[in-house]
Ligand binder design. Structure first.
Ligand SMILES: [Zn+2]
Length: 426
């Protein structure tokens, strides 16, 4: 099967390309990127007025399999990814049972391949059963195909264990993807502590519950080495800590999620449980800090933290509702609308944070449209506004705070390894 994508704006930051070009795909690979390619193909896609970019790489999703298939499974999650232009996902291991052994790593990878709608990768647990007591067998996890370790959903509570995790993971060249949170400081809070929590009468989570833990992990990593990747940063002080360590030369990366630059804790008003996640939505100063961190490169990547929950787990009192929102089908449009249209990032910088940089962080040969590379491609429309309708999501659940929002950057076509895995109808 060959595909010729004609006349799109090709944005490929790794090759410094942002230009109207054609892209020829043959045998699952990028065969040629050039102006006016005059070759026959099985399928010709007119991408005039559209953007053609390397498929997105999302370092942080919860596909919930095994154990929580009522929230999402690898098939529905993969379909949501394809609809979002996401051609590689990294699953978090807080499943039931947690992904802390080679058999479970293999299960997730095999199931992902079987479904075949996105490259499904996974991390394994840092600690056995995510119990923060004993390190997992990281070498075995890596041999089974895990691309990193994380206890996401929970922090590695003991700092000495975090130190040993970084040292042990570095023997296998695995990143430790840290959910950095101080549970003592969270102290039963359910939203960001500030004006809104007082106004709503909800117990707040102070920002330092995140920034203290991030600072701890950053300082440990700086001293003992290894590859620390900080997940979902959301506060000014967390970002400052990472910025300072990077300036000193520390080998640290981090990600934020679209909600941390798109929303503030005002979205919680009315006890909106679709605006409840962990870390919680912060205030305007933090949103500005996240955007500054994206602009100056302190924040390397945008990952969704796609976290579906059943209606029954969200349609309850705010304090009891579970944390998390679905994100795969809106991440590109939120990035385009809130970062590129507002002039904060160039389109190339956005693609860098959603594709090229994530590929580098987990050391996979993707995130580019270079000739000979796997043909993972997203084609999207930046000209027309559309309204987000969570009911139309492919995800099993629709816990999403963006319903009714008007965005630009809707995905038209997603190509995975040379096969079209999603095409928008009308
Ligand atoms: Zn997390």
């Amino acid at each position: 099967m060959s595909i010729l994508i004609k006349g799109g704006r090709v944005v490929d930051p790794k090759n410094n390309i942002d230009k109207i070009l054609d892209v020829l795909v043959k045998d699952g690979r990028i065969a040629k990127v050039a102006a006016d390619i005059d070759e026959k193909a099985d399928r010709v896609i007119d991408a005039g007025g559209k953007v053609v970019a390397p498929g997105l790489i999302d370092l942080h999703v919860h596909f919930r399999e095994p154990g929580y298939e009522y929230k999402e499974d690898i098939e529905t999650g993969s379909r949501a990814a394809a609809r979002g232009g996401v051609t590689t996902v990294v699953c978090m291991p807080n499943t039931d049972p947690p992904i802390d052994n080679p058999a479970l790593v293999k299960y997730v990878l095999d199931r992902g391949r079987e479904v075949g709608l996105t490259n499904v990768l996974t991390v394994g647990c840092v600690t056995k059963g995510q119990q923060s007591k004993e390190l997992s067998e990281m070498g075995e996890l890596k041999n089974a195909g895990a691309i990193g370790v994380s206890d996401d959903g929970r922090p590695v509570i003991n700092p000495s264990l975090m130190r040993r995790a970084l040292e042990y993971a570095s023997m296998f060249d695995l990143p430790v993807m840290s959910h950095s949170e101080d549970l003592d400081l969270v102290d039963g809070g359910s939203m960001n502590e500030g004006y809104m929590s007082t106004y709503l009468g909800l117990r707040g989570i102070p920002k330092c519950a995140e920034s203290v833990a991030v600072t701890r992990d950053v300082l440990i990593a700086e001293e003992v080495g290894g590859r620390l990747h900080v997940c979902h940063v959301s506060t000014r002080n967390s970002i400052d800590a990472i910025r300072r360590a990077k300036k000193r030369g520390a080998n640290i990366t981090c990600e934020t999620a679209p909600h941390y630059f798109s929303l503030t804790d005002k979205a919680v008003d009315g006890f909106n449980t679709n605006a409840k996640m962990n870390p919680p939505l912060r205030d305007e100063d933090d949103v500005n800090a996240v955007i500054e961190g994206l602009i100056d490169g302190t924040i390397d990547a945008i990952a969704t933290d796609h976290a579906p929950h059943d209606k029954d787990e969200k349609d309850i009192e705010f304090e009891y509702a579970l944390n998390g929102i679905v994100g795969l089908e809106t991440s590109l449009a939120l990035g385009y609308t809130n970062l590129v249209m507002s002039g904060k990032l160039t389109l190339s910088q956005l693609i860098e944070k959603m594709s090229a940089n994530p590929a580098d962080i987990i050391k996979i040969d993707k995130g580019t449209l270079g000739e000979g590379k796997a043909a993972d491609i997203v084609i999207f429309d930046t000209e027309h506004e559309y309204e987000v309708d969570p009911e139309k999501f492919a995800s099993k659940n629709h816990n999403c705070p963006y319903g009714g929002m008007k965005l630009r950057g809707r995905v038209d076509t997603t190509i995975l390894g040379g096969n079209i895995v999603y095409e928008r109808e009308a």
